[in-house]
Design a protein. Structure first.
Length: 517
């Protein structure tokens, strides 16, 4: 008889009874109870948990972020946003400035029938605004998560009734006294809402300008500070800021754009174009043209960045050509690093523009869904944006090669200078080698040495021939090579002079004879 604890009794052993069947029921992953037997329980020994410094989120979470989720550690962004809503058609235009609460009330109203395109531009990221807009246009949960993660890769996602675009914004800014208070170097406004910074899904600070090194530098703050201190632009009081721009295009012509803090740099010129009926942006009444205008304005902000680096690399090139030093290689290395980051930031935008140009409406959707349309007019003007991108990338690549060549030039010049120094020391050593030998010879303590009874002219009679023979023997290769090079150059010069005389004197007759018969 089997006992409750699973062991067999003496009677069972005598009767050769089979052992009792032991059933192990696995616990649910959501259960907090751990089985007492560790033999069948897998433990994550040594795993770095989400609370560590190198991981922002715990693995295995539900993908995406829905608009109905409550405020928690993943959705802790609260800030005051500057929101502009522009409704326009070919005949009318209405611009409305809203705040967070006013936007929620505004979205509850109905859209006017005359409105062909609605552009909602948000300066700042706040969960209540994102939540309201997500419910208003039924934004996809995966797109919402990418929107909240401010370091999403550049891409264009196509959904059944909307398109989602993510791209970086580069601009040149001033740095005051080397601290983190940055002001934009643009002509359209402050570009910073001045709100208290909040933390996004990726752990980065939202609402504060992030420099190029800070955006890509990772958690090592000491390296970021060092690279910014010795940056090629720091001597001019300049920095390069990077932020993420997210945009939605829905099937009914609604465009929703989210900026971290630079909407005031992009919005004014586009609004100026929309206020005039004679502009293509206004007369087209096309939501995809608004996307093209925003992307084009973002790319235009990158041109001052490239020009600032061109000015800096020109100054470094003059310094390297006039007075090369090893310290300049550090500046060039940091410059090369920044140029590589700029290129890796701008290059993916080419793929985003190509995705918009190659998109075909309803290509992957069913007949019941209209899909998002990118007009042929937009594709034509996206070609101009593509040209600007390629120009920026070519300039960055050219500057990067120039910086690498200057690093090679520095070390080659220093190496040649050291070789010249060694050559001079070698010549001095060769000149004094015979005299050192003879001086040591005549300075020996011999009992009888008739040579020391003569004058110093006797020494030079011996030292002169010895010195000549030594120089000819040790410098035979150098002297012979120099003589041969001079002889070849003389022959080339004589041949060139003879050819010039023939061209000036009898060149016409020679050409006539060559062309005759």
């Amino acid at each position: 008889m089997a006992r409750p604890n699973g062991h067999r009794s003496d009677d069972d052993l005598e009767n050769n009874a089979p052992p009792p069947l032991r059933i192990i029921v696995p616990k649910s992953p959501l259960s907090t109870h751990r089985p007492s037997t560790s033999r069948f329980h897998l433990r994550r020994t040594g795993t770095v948990l989400a609370s560590a410094n190198y991981q922002d989120e715990a693995p295995g979470q539900e993908p995406g972020l829905g608009p109905d989720e409550e405020l928690d550690a993943r959705v802790n962004i609260r800030t005051t946003c500057g929101i502009t809503v522009v409704d326009f058609s070919e005949d009318n235009m209405l611009q409305t400035e809203l705040g967070n609460v006013e936007l929620i009330e505004f979205l509850r109203g109905t859209r006017e029938e005359w409105v062909n395109v609605r552009w909602i531009n948000c300066n700042g990221l706040s969960w209540d605004v994102i939540q309201a807009l997500a419910k208003y246009r039924n934004l996809h949960r995966l797109a919402i998560e990418d929107l909240m993660n401010t370091k999403t890769r550049t891409k264009c996602d196509w959904y059944s009734d909307q398109a989602f675009l993510v791209l970086p914004l580069l601009k040149l800014i001033h740095s005051e006294d080397g601290n983190n208070n940055y002001y934009p170097l643009t002509s359209f406004g402050a570009g910073n809402s001045g709100n208290a910074p909040t933390v996004g899904l990726d752990g980065s600070t939202i609402g504060r300008v992030k420099t190029l090194q800070e955006y890509y530098g990772g958690p090592n703050r000491e390296r970021i500070q060092y690279m910014e201190k010795y940056s090629s632009l720091s001597s001019k009081g300049l920095r390069v800021s990077v932020e993420q721009v997210s945009m939605f295009l829905t099937e009914d012509g609604t465009v929703i754009s989210f900026f971290e803090n630079s909407a005031d740099d992009i919005e004014p010129p586009i609004l100026e174009r929309l206020e005039s009926r004679n502009t293509i942006l206004r007369s087209a009444c096309d939501g995809s043209m608004i996307l093209q205008a925003i992307i084009d304005a973002i790319i235009d902000l990158a041109f001052p960045v490239v020009q600032a680096y061109q000015d800096t690399i020109a100054e470094l090139e003059l310094n390297v050509l006039t007075d090369p030093s090893v310290e300049q290689s550090r500046e060039l290395y940091i410059l090369t690093s920044e140029l590589s980051l700029l290129k890796s930031t701008i290059s993916p935008v080419v793929g985003l523009v190509s995705s918009l140009k190659d998109h075909r409406k309803g290509g992957s959707f069913t007949k019941d869904l209209k899909g998002v349309e990118v007009s042929e007019l937009t594709k034509t003007y996206l070609g101009d944006v593509d040209d600007h991108l390629l120009l920026l990338i070519d300039n960055l690549e050219t500057m990067k090669r120039a910086a690498d060549n200057m690093i090679d030039l520095i070390f080659n010049t220093i190496g040649m200078s050291q070789n010249e120094s060694m050559k001079t020391l070698t010549l001095v050593t060769i000149l004094f080698l015979p005299m050192s030998f003879l001086t040591g010879y005549f300075g020996m303590n011999f009992e009888e040495f008739p040579g020391i009874r003569n004058s110093d002219r006797f020494f030079w009679k011996i030292a002169g021939p010895v010195l000549g023979v030594t120089i000819l023997f040790l410098l035979n290769g150098i002297v012979g090579k120099t003589v041969r090079q001079k002889w070849r150059k003389r022959g080339i010069r004589v041949a060139r002079e003879r050819r010039v005389r023939l061209m000036r004197g009898g060149g016409g007759r020679v050409r006539w004879r060559a062309g005759g018969n």
